[in-house]
Write a protein that binds this ligand. Structure first.
Ligand SMILES: *[C@@H]1O[C@H](CO)[C@@H](O)[C@H](O)[C@H]1NC(C)=O
Ligand SMILES: *[C@@H]1O[C@H](CO)[C@@H](O)[C@H](O)[C@H]1NC(C)=O
Ligand SMILES: *[C@@H]1O[C@H](CO)[C@@H](O)[C@H](O)[C@H]1NC(C)=O
Ligand SMILES: *[C@@H]1O[C@H](CO)[C@@H](O)[C@H](O)[C@H]1NC(C)=O
Length: 227
């Protein structure tokens, strides 16, 4: 094959894949930087945040710190974990870049229960500890799912595809530290148990009882556990 035809084929393949990828998720930026600014007077709502004048942007807009702490900003005591999230609301320079980061710390038996990120795939790296992590893939033509899970040790990486229900559980005897990156500036977070049993207003009891094939009394018990 001549160099020219090899080049053309390579470019065609690259163009095919890049056009496939560009259909997804956060929009590609049309400018070098678009630092988010909180403009309460903005009358145009864009898919993201309004950009600051680029001449007023500075290095701090692209900087965050605090992922080195052993207890994150958001402490969820009943599940034994804490997390610090660095999304577009914390680091305005992330606006339109389609990426964000978080770091979770787990006590032994700490759990981030079944949850999803509607707008992002999540890539976790184990820095310290031993984690059991998994996600559910809907099974074709059934109401069941397939569990894809792993025991993860320091240096291991696990990817959770966008939107799928997943969990992370510290099965080790020590604290665990797990940074996670997301391919969205604003991945979103849907905690399954509390979303269902602590909605405001509550879902009609019959819907939950019939849906979960449980007695209404059990549903009431569950609702009490998620005030
Ligand atoms: C919004 O508009 C009001 C009145 O025009 C002005 O006083 C205020 O400073 C504006 N706020 C921002 C964030 O631009
Ligand atoms: C984390 O890093 C900051 C600097 O960004 C430093 O001031 C702080 O002492 C560090 N904290 C810990 C617990 O290492
Ligand atoms: C913008 O407003 C949001 C929501 O009120 C807040 O969480 C965020 O810290 C603000 N961001 C900046 C850069 O001021
Ligand atoms: C484990 O994490 C907790 C906070 O969740 C902290 O109080 C404790 O000191 C940590 N233990 C070790 C050995 O780092």
């Amino acid at each position: 094959m001549s160099i020219m035809s090899w080049l053309i084929i390579t470019l065609a393949i690259a163009a095919f894949f890049s056009s496939q990828i560009s259909y997804a998720y956060d929009l590609n930026p049309l400018q070098d930087i678009c630092v988010a600014v909180n403009d309460s007077n903005a009358s145009v709502f864009v898919n993201g945040k309004v950009c600051k004048d680029p001449n007023l942007a500075n290095a701090d807009d692209f900087f965050a710190s605090g992922l080195n702490v052993s207890i994150g900003n958001i402490v969820v005591a009943k599940y034994g974990y804490s997390v610090t999230i660095v999304g577009v609301n914390d680091m305005p320079g992330l606006n339109t870049l389609g990426i964000s980061i978080a770091c979770a710390d787990f006590k032994p038996k700490g759990l981030i229960p079944l949850h999803t990120h509607p707008r992002a795939t999540e890539l976790i790296t184990i820095l310290e500890g031993t984690m059991y992590a998994g996600f559910l893939v809907p099974a074709a033509n059934t109401f069941k799912s397939r569990l894809f899970s792993k025991i993860l040790n320091p240096g291991d990486v696990f990817v959770i595809p966008q939107g799928l229900i997943h969990f992370q559980y510290n099965v080790g005897h020590k604290n665990a530290t797990v940074p996670a990156t997301f391919n969205s500036q604003n991945p979103g977070f849907v905690m399954i148990p509390s979303s269902i049993f602590a909605s405001d207003p509550p879902i009609l009891e019959n819907v939950l009882a019939k849906g979960f094939q449980l007695d209404k009394k059990v549903i009431e018990e569950l609702q009490k556990k998620f005030p």
